[in-house]
Design a protein around this ligand. Sequence first.
Ligand SMILES: [Zn+2]
Length: 87
Amino acid sequence: MRNMRQAKPTRRKRRFSAGMREQTQCRFCREGTKYVDYKDIETLQKLLTHRGKIFSRKRSGNCAGCQRKVKTAIKRARFMALLPFSS
Ligand SMILES: [Zn+2]
């Protein structure tokens, strides 16, 4: 076990080296997206596995609301034959 109290770093005002866990908002919230377009295949494909499955919220980093929008968009895109149901 690590002693957390001992190795306490000096507090900085802001951490510029923002890693994946540093983000407070999801990618769609940051861009201010209100509607995830089902025709935007390039964006949606980043949220799919190569087998066509939708990444989980934990994996994609989306918030609950945006994940729901993404889910709807992907399902619409699948119905329009823009994305595969499975491959
Ligand atoms: Zn969001």
